[in-house]
Design a protein around this ligand. Structure first.
Ligand SMILES: Nc1nc2c(ncn2[C@@H]2O[C@H](COP(=O)(O)OP(=O)(O)OP(=O)(O)O)[C@@H](O)[C@H]2O)c(=O)[nH]1
Ligand SMILES: [Mg+2]
Length: 436
């Protein structure tokens, strides 16, 4: 097996470099010339599609020169308001922010550079070379012009948006997984007239409603299983053993929310389901599925056990920034109506593994990811609830086995759902596992 590339950046110089960033960040090595090849194409191919990057050149003189760019280089003259070049050696650590940001990054077929201050290029033998120059695109340096500067290494790092102190604490241990699972399995509604707490998942198409139900059932049962497309109102028990007694939480899946009153699950239909008028297993064709009392199985007088006790809005973290005005309007109206019914509600933010590299590697970084923090704030804003009501999850989608941290995140969302509605006052948010 090929060994992993190791950065030449020692802790002392890394600390100096990180001080150039106003916020805490982490570096992750993407390219290292001796490991990946001394060619321009090797370097350029290692940039991620999205992200922020640092290029470091280790000069033979012992000085480290480099630059930061806030997006992947794509055009000949790329604007970058955040770019800077830097120089670190034993005596000093200097940063030179961009001045003429329109020309911050220069990309040619054979070269890539920070203005003319620091250029990495291919010589006629197609080998990587470094040139240093003076250029007023950046705050003036005292670097003198030199082509083919002797260097030992060139590295490209991803600048990870991981905060050093997570804004919510979770314990990522097997013990925690066990106790979160136990809480769900042994949960009992405090209100004696409720047999099972019904949790309804609502959200746009593909947001991950069915996957969440499937994931939670798999985590509790500890084996993965698969699901079909949702076109009907369907309640799913959660069982800790095959053929065993179901837990007191039922997750309800339904057709995706539409953008208005014409497609998908409409506002009227959603409220019909929430109030308990909707018959179980009702087929949905997408057009005003339950708005009439003539619908077969319509319950004119639903019992407390027919109604929904907790409403969960499911949003996809990859798409939340681009939520349409129509969908925002639907979500906010629904949220206001559900508040009016005194039914507790929360937001589940799925697909978190697809918005941040750190989370993709390990979901334990959810509460340290700056990118995800922004998405959670947006999710809260779109629905009109406080950000403390937004729970991020990674659903199981293509995995063949469960993972402890993914389980912990799914179970902690289940533990934070307000599942103890009081018959007298459903608006009281009693949390399964204490307060958020
Ligand atoms: N990577 C990743 N994929 C996910 C996640 N959640 C869901 N998916 C995938 O996203 C797709 C849509 O998920 P579903 O669970 O079917 O979404 P849904 O909300 O039930 O969709 P509708 O039933 O059409 O309304 C599937 O291919 C899932 O495998 C997640 O957290 N991470
Ligand atoms: Mg579905």
């Amino acid at each position: 097996m090929a060994h992993a590339a190791v950065s030449a950046l020692d802790l002392g110089r890394e600390k100096q470099l990180l001080q150039f960033f106003p916020e805490p960040v982490r570096l992750q090595l993407l390219y290292k010339a001796p490991h990946h090849g001394f060619k321009m194409s090797d370097l350029i191919s290692k940039f991620d599609q999205v992200g922020r990057f640092v290029v470091i050149v280790y000069l033979e003189s012992g000085t480290m020169k480099g630059g930061y760019l806030s997006k992947r280089p794509e055009s000949y003259c790329q604007e970058d308001r955040g770019a800077f070049v830097f120089e670190i050696d034993h005596q000093k650590a200097n940063v030179f922010p961009v001045v003429k940001h329109r020309n911050a990054i220069i990309l040619n077929k054979e070269s890539f550079g920070f203005g003319d201050c620091l250029t990495i290029y291919s010589n006629k033998d197609k080998t990587l070379c470094v040139a240093v120059g003076f250029d007023d695109t950046y705050t003036p340096t005292d670097w003198s012009e030199e082509l083919e500067v002797p260097f030992m290494d060139v590295e490209l790092h991803r600048v990870g948006d991981v905060l050093l102190n997570p804004w919510r604490e979770l314990s990522w241990t097997e013990k925690e997984r066990g106790s979160l699972r136990k809480n769900v399995v042994s949960f009992k509604p405090a209100c004696r007239s409720i047999n099972r707490v019904r949790v309804l998942l609502m959200g746009p198409p593909g947001s991950g409603k069915s996957s969440f139900i499937n994931s939670v059932r798999s985590v509790i049962l500890t084996t993965l299983s698969v699901f079909s497309l949702s076109t009907q109102l369907k309640s799913y028990d959660i069982r800790s053993e095959r053929g065993g007694k179901p837990t007191a939480v039922t997750l309800c899946d339904v057709l995706a929310l539409g953008d208005g009153e014409t497609t998908g699950l409409t506002l009227t239909d959603a409220l019909t389901v929430i109030k308990g008028h909707a018959p179980e297993g009702h087929k949905v064709d997408g057009i005003c599925f339950l708005s009439g009392t003539e619908t077969s199985g319509y319950r004119p007088n639903p019992s407390v056990n027919d109604q929904i006790h907790c409403a969960v809005f499911v949003l996809n973290a990859c798409q939340v920034m681009a939520t349409s005005e129509d969908l925002t309007e639907t979500l906010r109206t629904l949220q206001a109506e559900i508040s009016g019914l005194d039914i507790p509600q929360v937001v589940l933010l799925t697909h978190v593994d697809q918005v941040c590299h750190a989370i993709q590697e390990d979901v334990k970084f959810v509460y340290s990811s700056r990118i995800l923090q922004e998405k959670m704030q947006k999710a809260a804003e779109v629905v009109g609830l406080p950000v403390s009501y937004v729970f991020p999850v990674k659903n199981y989608s293509s995995e063949l086995s469960v993972s402890c941290n993914t389980d912990i995140l799914l179970l902690s969302a289940m533990n934070l759902f307000p599942l103890q509605p009081d018959q007298e006052n459903l608006g009281h948010n009693y949390f399964l596992n204490g307060v958020v």
